[in-house]
Design a protein around this ligand. Structure first.
Ligand code: CP
Ligand code: NVA
Length: 306
C-alpha cells in the first residue's frame, strides 16, 4: 500500500480499505501470528485532548505487535509551550517509528505528517476521526455481512464523526444519510468531497434536517455527543438546540427491524441517545470499542511494517 500516513479515509481507495479490513480480521482471529510484526518499533502518541479508547487501544495494540508506545500529553511536552510542529515532527522522526496524534486543529496533524519522515496517524481532530469510522464499518460488516447497498444513518451534530463516516461510506459501498438540526450541518467542503467519492462509487450521500428521512430503512443508526471536546462552553446552548434529536425507540422504529445501533463513545445517556437504545440488544457499542484495537493494529501494520 503506497501511503505514508493515515489522515483521512478519503485518501484511501475502496480496495485499500478492504485490505486494512482483511488484515484486521486476520489479526483478530489469529493474534499470535502478529506478535513480532512491529518488533522493536515505537509509536509516539500525542494527545491534546482526553481519551480512553484511542489511548488504550493504540498502546495495547503496539504492545501486541511487539512494539512500544509512548504517551505524550501536550501539557507535558514542549508543543504545549509553543515549540513548532515543524521541529517536533523532525525531532520525533529521529526517535520513533510512527506518530499518532489527537489534536484540536486538523492542521496540526497534517503538518506533523508533512514534516515527519515516519508515518502519522490521525487519532481525532476537530475535523475528523478516521480510525473510529474505519472501525465502525468493520463492526457493521461483522454484524451485517456484505455492506454494499446498505444504509447508515447518522443523527446529531455535523462533527468529526459525521465527516469521517461520510468519507468511509462510499469505500464500503454504503449509502449514508446525515441528519442534523439547522445550523449544525457538516462542513460543506467535506460534504462535497464525500459526494464526489460517492458519485464515483455509485453510492448516495444525503444531508437533511429530517430524522425520519435519514433513518428510514437504515441498517445502521449512529449518533455522537452534542458538544465535542473543545466545545464545552457551548454545551448549554447545544442542549437547547438539540432538543428532540435523541436517538430513542421512536427514532429506531423508522429503521429496518434488524438495524444495529452504534456510538463511538463516550456517550451521554438521556441526551443524544436513550438508554432504551444504547443498552438494548441492537446496540453493538462494545464490539465497536473492541474493534478499535484490531483495526488500528492493521493500520499500524500496513504503514509501519518493514
Ligand atoms: N471513541 C473514542 O475515540 O474514544 P476516546 O475519546 O476515549 O479515545
Ligand atoms: N465528536 C466527539 C468524538 C469523541 C470520540 C469529540 O470530538 O469529542
Amino acid at each position: 500500500m503506497n501511503h505514508k500516513d493515515f489522515i483521512e479515509i478519503h485518501d484511501y481507495s475502496a480496495a485499500e480499505v478492504r485490505e486494512i479490513f482483511d488484515v484486521a480480521r486476520d489479526m483478530k482471529a489469529n493474534p499470535a501470528t502478529y506478535h513480532d510484526a512491529l518488533k522493536g518499533q515505537t509509536l509516539a502518541m500525542i494527545f491534546e485532548k482526553s481519551s480512553t479508547r484511542t489511548r488504550v487501544s493504540f498502546e495495547v495494540g503496539m504492545f501486541q505487535l511487539g512494539g512500544h508506545a509512548l504517551f505524550l500529553s501536550s501539557r507535558d511536552i514542549q508543543i504545549g509551550r509553543g515549540e513548532p510542529i515543524y521541529d517536533t515532527a523532525k525531532v520525533l522522526s529521529r526517535f520513533v517509528s510512527g506518530i499518532m496524534a489527537r489534536t484540536f486543529a486538523h492542521k496540526t496533524v497534517t503538518e506533523l505528517a508533512e514534516y515527519s519522515s515516519v508515518p502519522v496517524i490521525n487519532g481525532l481532530t476537530d475535523l475528523s476521526h478516521p480510525c473510529q469510522a474505519m472501525t465502525d464499518y468493520f463492526t457493521a460488516w461483522e454484524h451485517l455481512g456484505d455492506l454494499k447497498g446498505r444504509k447508515i444513518a447518522y443523527i446529531g451534530d455535523g462533527n468529526n464523526m459525521a465527516h469521517s463516516l461520510m468519507f468511509g461510506a462510499s469505500k464500503v459501498g454504503m449509502n449514508i444519510a446525515v441528519a442534523t438540526p439547522g445550523g449544525y450541518a457538516p462542513d460543506p467542503m467535506i460534504v462535497a468531497q464525500a459526494q464526489g467519492d460517492a458519485d464515483n462509487a455509485g453510492t448516495k450521500v444525503i444531508v437533511t434536517n429530517s430524522i425520519e428521512e435519514a433513518v428510514r430503512d437504515a441498517d445502521v443508526v449512529t449518533t455522537d455527543v452534542w458538544a465535542s471536546m473543545g466545545q464545552e462552553a457551548e454545551a448549554a446552548k447545544r442542549q437547547r438546540d438539540f432538543e428532540g434529536w435523541q436517538v430513542n425507540n421512536r427514532v429506531m422504529s423508522f429503521a429496518k427491524k434488524e438495524a444495529i445501533f452504534m456510538h463511538c463513545l463516550p456517550a451521554h445517556r438521556g441526551e443524544e441517545v436513550a438508554s432504551e437504545v444504547i443498552d438494548s440488544e441492537r446496540s453493538v457499542i462494545y464490539d465497536e470499542a473492541e474493534n478499535r484495537l484490531h483495526v488500528q493494529k492493521a493500520i499500524m501494520f500496513v504503514l509501519m511494517k518493514k
